[in-house]
Design a protein around this ligand. Structure first.
Ligand SMILES: Nc1ncnc2c1ncn2[C@@H]1O[C@H](COP(=O)(O)OP(=O)(O)OP(=O)(O)O)[C@@H](O)[C@H]1O
Ligand SMILES: [Mg+2]
Length: 352
């Protein structure tokens, strides 16, 4: 397995900067997720690591090798893309064996490798079937197994679960992560789904407009967003941003609670809300409203567990509060967090 270094890498198409000076290190055995809105440059960055796209500037280092100009097949990587085409006329066994046969391997060695990879993803019992005789998830796992038979140093995945239904996505996510930990492989995974990113990543890289906005563990990114973009991109509903003189205050919806909830606690910032609408979502309620002065009629959303009793009605004022230490502050000009969020490399991969 390998460590990957992306050094000041950029990609310009015509006069459009798709990736703009990205630097990032993925440690040996780490699972790093690239997250960002559509068009922010995630796939382009991944394709440069894969060798499918040549950087306009910067270098890609895989293990000890400067790989920037190496062909994909010389990089010892495995790739799984959203459209993982299997050969429909071949059995799953032969699909998985395919890269080995192309590489000139024969006999026992092929058989061992195919069974090993199929075992890892749990499809040994399906090897005699053709792809059309299997489910979407089983096909996905076949593609995974096929990418693994050549002992890759690095695993690159671009939205590999997006073809699966919600339930299958959950189990595939879990399987993928368990499997990655078992094999100890280094992985770079692209998604625009924040839940998937937070659930999978040792660290998450939030990108926007070709640039990295923040790198951190899911907790760091959620609790200490580096700027207002990250603050509102992560979290559903997003962090409330309240314009104040000289600062933008950030409040997560679940931290804005009826004042009665806090009992005798001190260190609270009180906020009165004119409630416009209440949405019942089952386990939670969303409360939409506008804050009285000194918060300048700022529109906010509070998220309340349905189990918390609260006497709140649409069209009426209600008293809310936030713990001071849960408030975030951003620079109104730059949007950057103040004081600066915790150092980016503070806590890497808790999984070994
Ligand atoms: N070959 C190309 N020629 C010109 N522009 C390109 C090319 N490939 C990508 N782009 C542009 O570069 C930007 C980044 O594309 P990229 O595919 O990396 O986005 P992405 O973050 O993967 O988005 P999505 O989530 O939609 O897959 C986009 O604006 C895209 O239109
Ligand atoms: Mg993409």
């Amino acid at each position: 397995m390998a460590r990957v270094e992306i050094r000041n890498v950029g990609k310009i198409f015509g006069n459009y900067k798709a990736v703009d000076d990205v630097s990032l290190t993925i440690e040996d055995g780490e699972f790093v997720v690239l997250l960002g809105p559509s068009g922010c440059g995630k796939s382009t960055l991944l394709r440069m690591v894969a060798g499918l796209e040549l950087p306009t500037f910067g270098d890609i280092v895989i293990g000890e090798t400067v790989a920037t100009r190496l062909r994909p097949k010389d990089r010892n990587i495995a790739m799984v893309f959203q459209n993982y085409a299997l050969y429909p006329h071949l059995t799953l066994y032969e699909n998985i064996a395919f890269p080995l046969r192309v590489a000139g391997r024969r006999g026992d060695e092929v058989d061992k490798k195919v069974r090993w990879a199929a075992g890892l993803v749990g499809i040994e019992h399906l090897l005699a079937r053709k792809p059309r005789q299997t489910s979407g998830g089983e096909r996905q796992r076949t593609a995974l197994a096929r990418s693994l038979v050549r002992d890759p140093a690095l695993f690159l995945l671009d939205e590999p679960l997006s073809n699966l239904d919600a339930k299958l996505r959950h189990s595939a996510r879990d399987e993928l992560r368990t499997f990655q930990e078992r094999v100890g492989m280094t992985a770079l995974y692209v998604t625009h789904d924040q839940v998937e990113a937070m659930g999978l990543g040792d660290r998450v890289v939030v990108m926007q407009g070709g640039r990295v906005r923040q790198v951190g563990t899911p907790e760091e990114i959620y609790l200490y967003p580096a700027d207002t973009f990250v603050a509102t991109f992560i979290g559903t509903p997003p962090m409330n941003l309240i314009d104040m003189p000289g600062e933008v205050l950030g409040v997560r919806p679940e931290n804005l609670m009826p004042v009665s909830f806090f009992g005798q606690e001190s260190g609270l910032r009180r906020m009165t809300m004119l409630v416009s609408r209440i949405e019942f979502l089952g386990s939670d309620k969303l409360i939409y409203g506008a804050l009285d002065d000194p918060f300048g009629q700022a529109k906010v959303i509070a998220r309340l567990p349905s189990s918390v009793p609260a006497d709140i009605r649409e069209g009426e004022r209600a008293h809310f509060a936030v713990r001071e230490h849960e408030l975030r502050s951003f620079d109104p000009q730059t949007g950057l967090a103040r004081p600066a969020p915790i150092p980016q490399r503070a806590s890497v991969a808790s999984h070994g």
